[in-house]
Write a protein that binds this ligand. Sequence first.
Ligand SMILES: [Zn+2]
Length: 333
Amino acid sequence: MKLRRRAFLGGLAGLALTTPLAAQTLGGGGDRSQALRVLLGRGSVEPIPGGFLFAGNRYRGNYRILADGRVVNEVDFDEYLASVVPSEMSASWPAAALEAQAICSRGFILARSNPNRPYDVVPSELAQVYRGVESEEPASTAAVRATSGMVLRYANGFAQIEYSSCCGGYSESSADAWGAAPIPYLVAHPCPYCTASPEYRWRAKLGAADLSEGAGQLAPQIGVLEEVTFLDFDRSGRARSVALSGVANVARISASQFRIDVGARKLPSLLVRRQKNLLAPGTQAFAGLHIEGRGLGHGVGLCQWGARGYALAKGSAEEILSFYFVGTSIGRI
Ligand SMILES: [Zn+2]
């Protein structure tokens, strides 16, 4: 089982399964093949019983210092998950939602681990905060333990895991979101469970200065920005393009790129329901954009607020996952 897990790390990363991974990653000696190797970075290290202190935080497991001085934490996979799952989802949420999140996080991490480096994962690459023991919460730890070794499977392989905060009532297909080949279980469909999210409906005002700066970088040929228009709405209702109209020209750019440029917090999602270009009082000068929309994040895969709502409606983790990843099933690593 332990070797299979290590091989799985390589398999998902698309790397050679014939590589002697255990010897390569563990530096010889000791059976620590269940350990995930997490790059912490540079900082002071102090051993303590059951773990060590790094940059003032307490971590479980062992550590290793690479030749360049960076510190790697060798930690039991579930102990790592126990630390990061509360950063992904509030530990106050129902157990079934936390269990669904734990299964998703496990698959997400495995798919992004890379056995050809002296560490499997870099928390920042995963958009995960890893502060060790300090982040652990009893309810999240219980969810990790209850789902130990469980991952989502599809056909003969492992399912691609995606999740975001709130889909705004309609999940997004991976193909529409990223322009990639369709994935049968990452499809757009209504989600009735996330209405309690504070971001289920939102209003945003984007100022002319911010928009003009972004437009100047994305489409300098348009000249001074005069109007922004969301276009090409997909099946889920998300805009896939944005037209930037300037005094000299009009440019059509990717809406996803536009959201990155504006900032994901300023523009919570591309599920834009209404928009209005604003003019400065008494002039015809562009003053910004008022938008009403729904959801927070890309909307592909698990809707976390939806998982909460489904769990409150007595759904199990398995039911939640088969709703958001249509046709998948829970399997083992
Ligand atoms: Zn939702």
